[in-house]
Design a protein around this ligand. Structure first.
Ligand SMILES: [Zn+2]
Length: 682
């Protein structure tokens, strides 16, 4: 098995096409067994005073070997899910959880780290190494190193259970999303939908051997109906199916219900936090973040809510008045997207659909690359002949002066059995290995855009372009790092509430005339975005920004309050309602089960951390304001950002890195101005 198991081979890029579900468990078993004996041997052979070379480097090698096998498996589980792969993936979760807990509670290992941190050599370490040791000692404590044996055991049980439950949350959401479709036989029912959306629905029907058109709950399909379908009953039906996914409500009520899982996850997180001496999970979450206290986070969010609510109320009043003029007197949740799009068209004569024609994927990519090449002095080249998990996947290399800095895979389009949303995953870290050789980083960039239809290239909406820039910003953070230590290179070791700085920062170029000139070109004629269309787009930038802001704040406050107050007797729905009463201007129907699909906090890394988006947006908007002052394509400013932020990864505290770039601590003004929420903008 070992000889023929591709996961155990020493590959450069993963042999995706050869990986089978039956390879997964044997590979992980074998690597974990090897790692355990290697660590025992390593500790037995440590000198009285461990050195970086005797302790950290060999551990990094073991981590890299495990990552080399596990990263492609978890990636495939997300982008090419199947029952067999899912079973293999899940069989490994408890084993990995057990292994990580064991490492975090390994007394001899902890003492070796303590001895290294206290050694004379450590005083002369570079800043990245010092930060890594600080964080390592902190993480031993957060793994329960100081707890009595029975509590350590309980810690391990909780972690194992959490890894199982959060994975199940994600699976049930994917299953619920796939389980509902609606076949349309009469094209008239799709009145209002753009041809591209209808073509995609036709393609979806054909793929299942059906006649007519198939509406699914994959985002591009859902979005098209909510934004364009003139048939109100159809919008209501699709909205109901989408907003009750994985819950006790809606057309598949009770079949994939995440509700009980959520309560169990919250109970376990609270128990974990209290085991480690924290009052609640929100406090535990902040132990590794930039924000200093739960009061600071709540104060920050409430301040933003107070500032933006009047703008949101104004947006909603305008929308209601407009919908009423059009004959819709009782605006419901399934009407908001539809009338908003109509109002946008009326006010700015602009629609997401019209704009698509100017954003064919290849033009957007070449423009994006031109922007970052200019800012950061790099080159991006597409590679051919590589192993892949789907024919749509592309591979690129980032070079500097002809030398490879890193590579990234792009998987852009929505398809069945692929998780929704967009994300960047650091598949391999930059590091100098134990033989002194530099390993280059690899990233996976995944989106769920509308695929190409009718022989046209894939045409992106401006929202999709923005998402691509966002994920690309994460990618650059991972790939342009100069740190050579795995634990602080790229996004590793970066406080979670600072991790959205490079990503949200990149979005700004989607709104700058100089950026738009590079990323747009009509797919038939190649013509650049016409001046008047550009002006209308810029004028529409802050359309309903008040509503969007309070929505993000509702998610952030809900997540934080939920983790701070869980155990006070309120249910998830009651906490959500209280937050809505405080910040929302529009109440969704009582049967809406948004929380049941909130994978960021129940299955991703954003638990008591969703506020990070807004928190980091203060940083990203303020960092970008230096470009506004010095020129948005100014290569010197670009190099300064690269060296101060992108190159440094988790090697220093984020506030220090920010100050190094901006020359002062962050201010909120730029965020308010960009969002149209300042006096100046109003
Ligand atoms: Zn992000």
């Amino acid at each position: 098995m070992t000889a023929s198991n591709p996961l155990l081979q020493d590959f450069d890029l993963p042999p995706y096409s050869q990986i089978r579900p039956e390879h997964v468990e044997p590979a992980i078993d074998s690597i974990l067994a090897d790692s355990r004996s290697a660590i025992a041997k390593l500790l037995a052979e440590q000198p009285a005073t461990p050195s970086w070379e005797s302790l950290v480097l060999p551990l990094n090698e073991l981590g890299a070997r495990l990552g080399r096998a596990w990263s492609p498996v978890s990636h495939l589980n997300a982008v090419c899910n199947s029952p067999e792969l899912r079973a293999a993936y899940e069989a490994c979760l408890p084993k990995l959880s057990e292994y990580w807990t064991e490492l975090g509670q390994n007394r001899a290992l902890f003492e070796a780290y303590q001895a290294l941190a206290a050694s004379p050599a450590a005083a002369g370490f570079e800043v990245a190494q010092k930060t890594i040791l600080d964080h390592a000692l902190r993480d031993f404590r957060l793994s329960g190193i100081d707890l009595p044996a029975d509590k350590q055991k309980r810690y391990g049980e909780i972690q194992m259970k959490l890894s199982e439950l959060t994975s199940r949350f994600s699976n049930q959401l994917l299953d619920a999303t796939q389980a509902w479709t609606k076949q349309i036989h009469d094209e008239a029912q799709l009145a209002g939908l753009p041809d591209s959306a209808k073509a995609q629905m036709k393609q979806a029907a054909e793929a299942k051997g059906l006649d007519g058109w198939l509406i699914t709950l994959e985002f591009p399909s859902y979005y098209a109906v909510m934004t364009y379908a003139a048939d109100r009953a159809l919008r209501q039906e699709v909205y109901t199916a989408y907003s009750t996914r994985a819950s006790d409500q809606g057309p598949n009520a009770g079949q994939f219900d995440n509700g009980p899982l959520m309560e169990e996850i919250l109970d376990l997180r609270r128990e974990l936090a209290q085991l480690l001496g924290y009052g609640n999970f929100a406090e535990l979450s902040l132990a590794t973040k930039m924000a200093e206290s739960t009061e600071q986070v709540l104060g920050f969010l409430r301040d933003l809510a107070r500032r933006s609510k009047p703008f949101a109320q104004r947006d909603l009043d305008e929308l209601r008045a407009f919908a009423a003029e059009q004959g819709c007197e009782d605006l419901q949740s399934w009407d908001v997207g539809y009338y908003s799009e109509k109002l946008r068209q009326q006010r700015y004569s602009i629609s997401q659909e019209e704009v698509r024609a100017w954003f064919p994927i290849d033009k957007v990519l070449s423009g994006l690359f031109a922007i970052v090449e200019r800012l950061y002095g790099i080159q991006i080249v597409e590679l051919q002949d590589f192993d892949s998990w789907h024919p749509d996947v592309r591979l690129f290399e980032i070079r500097e002066n002809g030398e490879r800095l890193g590579r990234f895979f792009l998987d852009l389009y929505a398809r069945p059995n692929k998780r929704g949303g967009a994300w960047m995953d650091g598949a391999r870290d930059r590091r100098r290995d134990i033989r002194g050789e530099l390993v280059s980083p690899v990233a996976n960039l995944v989106c769920n855009f509308t695929p190409a239809v009718n022989g046209k290239p894939a045409l992106l909406t401006h929202d999709e372009v923005t998402t691509l820039f966002h994920e690309f910003g994460h990618g650059l953070h991972h790939l342009l790092t100069r740190v050579e230590h795995a634990d602080a290179s790229g996004i590793n070791g970066v406080a979670w509430d600072a991790v959205e700085l490079p990503s949200q920062f990149m979005e700004n170029w989607c709104w700058e005339p100089e950026g738009l000139a590079l990323i747009s070109g009509h797919y038939e004629t190649g013509e650049p975005l016409p001046g008047d269309l550009l002006e209308r787009m810029l004028a529409a930038r802050n359309f309903q920004s008040g509503l969007m802001m309070v929505r993000q704040l509702e998610f952030s406050l809900f997540d934080f309050e939920l983790h701070a107050s869980h155990g006070d007797g309120r249910s998830v729905l009651e906490v959500l309602q209280a937050v809505r009463d405080e910040v929302a201007v529009l109440q969704p129907p009582a049967w809406n089960r948004f929380a049941n699909s909130f994978a960021h906090i129940f299955a991703g890394g954003y638990a008591a951390g969703y506020y990070s988006y807004k928190w980091a947006e203060v940083l990203s908007a303020d960092a970008f304001s230096r470009f506004e002052e010095e020129g948005v394509l100014n290569p010197q400013t670009g190099r300064a950002f690269r060296e101060a932020i992108l190159a440094r990864g988790g090697s220093q505290e984020p506030m220090q890195l920010f100050v190094a770039f901006r020359g002062r601590e962050p201010r909120i003004d730029a965020l308010l101005r960009h969002s149209g929420l300042s006096e100046e903008a109003a």
